[in-house]
Design a protein around this ligand. Structure first.
Ligand code: NAP
Ligand code: G3P
Length: 493
């Protein structure tokens, strides 16, 4: 079913229901981070083509918005079924294209199937409401507001490399369910996996022009797309740097931003240390730490630090490193530039006296999992987002110091608290400047109907299925003002 999305391993774009080639004849070769083998080529689209795509989405929006919600849901449900049928093929492409271990790639695709199904059902449940005026002083019950939810129009969906299928569908499905049309700009590294997803939605019966794709480097065509006057809402997931840039250059365009993170695990003296260490290692090193919700620092009370550090180091030493098609956890990073950045943080920590517990071993863009103890706040690793397999451990004297260091970060995505004292847990959770606090669990986005948001440099707006549908639609009130009833009508009993 994917024959028409590429020609001679050159991937096309979805435009008005057709898979088309760009007139630019400009291609970007996608090489696998595993072995530099060519996965395929994508098109570098031009500004003129962007204009055509956005206008097509604008002119196609009405047909889709007028479709009964139940029919939209049927098509969205069908896309979930098609994705499930093709999950193994797409998981293999994901692993090749972004070096995500095959087990995580399979769960990304299956998670996306569940996400899309839940979105279709939730979209049918999101109804408007009716309000009566007499709840407010000076107004009567003859003023009736019929409040419905309206689509916003054309949604620009931009997704990051680390979840090209799931973090694309988490925008596209709710946007479509709300009645919007979508212009989809996938990450360059991840475009091929994402184009397979676009084909799945198209094959499910979306009317032509409702979902269109634009491939090309964000650094080249990105600004042209985001500044386009016919874009009604931007739904972006990516780095805080690019997110901040987008919000600076796109005034008055509503946007949802899911950005970077520096999630902290705060470990108290009464915590179950095996459980904490196990969660911390999973949270820090799955997909080699290339997750916005990866645990990226540990703040541990001095009195239990030695024991926790030993447990973490032992569990990290058991992590398998290697080819993502094998049963491993640590795989090559997305590119050498990313690996260089992580190595820079490692070297800075060593120069400034951190205790290397394990790791600091590198083979090209494959970095072995690294743990540092005795990290201090003058080290870059204490504050910067590595997006790689390195974990700094900061020893603190008390809870207040842990909260201060946690909140001193520019980021505010999630935090974990490990303790058996629920009162302490809630007390600390209320003090933490983050979107979500996990008690006795690693930081993570799912389950996908929970609210997912970042504060400070970690984002704007809220995602999570119902929140996403509501964020990409808006209330509309039609207010009926009943006039004096004629004397033919009796009193209300
Ligand atoms: P990125 O470099 O910010 O890129 C994200 C997306 O933005 C890509 O599709 C990129 O295209 C595009 N882009 C770049 N410049 C653009 C511009 N001027 N205008 C429009 N689009 C532009 O992020 P990444 O490296 O893919 O992902 C890693 C980052 O994303 C990390 O910081 C991570 O924390 C964050 N992230 C956050 C979440 C979350 O939910 N909070 C989830 C995942 C990742 P190209 O690929 O063509 O450059
Ligand atoms: O970085 C992607 C982000 O959305 C994390 O998702 O489920 O790995 O916590 P998850």
């Amino acid at each position: 079913m994917f024959e028409d999305i590429k020609d001679n391993n050159i991937y096309k774009n979805l435009y008005d229901g057709q898979w088309i080639s760009s007139a630019s004849n400009n291609f970007i070769t996608i090489n696998s981070p595993i072995n530099e083998e060519e996965v395929g080529k994508i098109q570098a689209m031009t500004g003129e083509e962007v204009d055509k795509v956005v206008s097509k989405a604008q002119s196609s929006f009405g047909v889709w918005a007028d479709k009964p919600v139940s029919e939209r849901a049927d098509i969205i449900h069908k896309s979930a079924a098609i994705l499930e049928e093709n999950s193994e093929e797409i998981a293999n492409i994901l692993t090749k294209e972004i070096a995500k271990d095959i087990k995580s790639a399979r769960s990304e695709v299956i998670r996306t199937v569940d996400f899309i199904r839940f979105t279709a059902d939730e979209g049918k449940r999101i109804q408007g409401e009716t309000l009566q005026g007499d709840g407010f002083h000076g107004f009567s019950k003859d003023k009736l507001a019929f409040v419905t939810r309206e689509p916003v129009g054309v949604v620009l969906a931009i997704s990051p490399f680390n979840y090209p299928v799931n973090l694309s569908a988490s925008k596209i499905a709710p946007a479509l369910m709300a009645g919007n049309s979508v212009v989809f700009k996938p990450p360059t590294q991840g475009s091929i996996s994402a184009l397979y997803l676009a084909k799945v939605f198209q094959a499910a019966g979306l009317p032509n022009g409702v979902l269109n794709t634009i491939t090309g480097k964000g650094s080249e065509i990105g600004d042209y797309i985001i500044k386009h006057k016919e874009i009604d809402l931007i739904n972006f997931t990516g780095s805080s740097e690019v997110g901040r840039h987008i919000s600076e250059v796109t005034s008055m365009v509503p946007s949802i931003m899911e950005l970077g993170g520096k999630d902290a695990a705060i470990v108290l003296e009464d915590a179950d240390l095996e459980h904490a260490a196990n969660n911390i290692v999973k949270g820090a090193f799955s997909y080699s730490g290339q997750r916005c919700t990866a645990l990226k620092r540990v703040l541990v009370l001095e009195s239990i630090a030695d024991r926790l550090v030993d447990l973490i180091t032992e569990y990290v030493s058991q992590l398998k490193v290697g080819n993502p098609f094998d049963d491993v956890t640590i795989t090559p990073l997305i590119n050498n530039k990313a690996a260089d950045f992580v190595q820079g943080l490692i070297d800075d920590a060593i120069d400034k006296g951190a205790t290397l517990k394990i790791g600091n071993k590198r083979e090209g863009n494959l970095l072995y999992p690294t743990v540092f103890d005795n990290v201090t706040t003058d080290m870059r690793i204490a504050w910067e987002e590595p997006f790689g397999p390195v974990l700094p451990i900061i020893r603190v004297k008390n809870i207040d110091e842990a909260v201060d260091i946690a909140n001193a970060s520019e980021y505010g995505l999630q935090s974990s608290i490990f303790t058996n004292d629920i009162d302490d847990a809630f007390h600390i959770a209320r003090l933490l400047e983050v979107g979500t606090v996990q008690i006795n669990n690693k930081t993570e986005r799912g389950p996908d109907h929970f609210p997912f948001l970042g504060v400070k440099s970690s984002g704007m707006g809220t995602q999570g299925i119902r929140y996403s549908i509501e964020a990409m639609s808006r209330p509309k009130a039609i207010v009926v003002n009943l006039r004096e009833r004629s004397d033919k009508v009796g009193q209300v009993k």
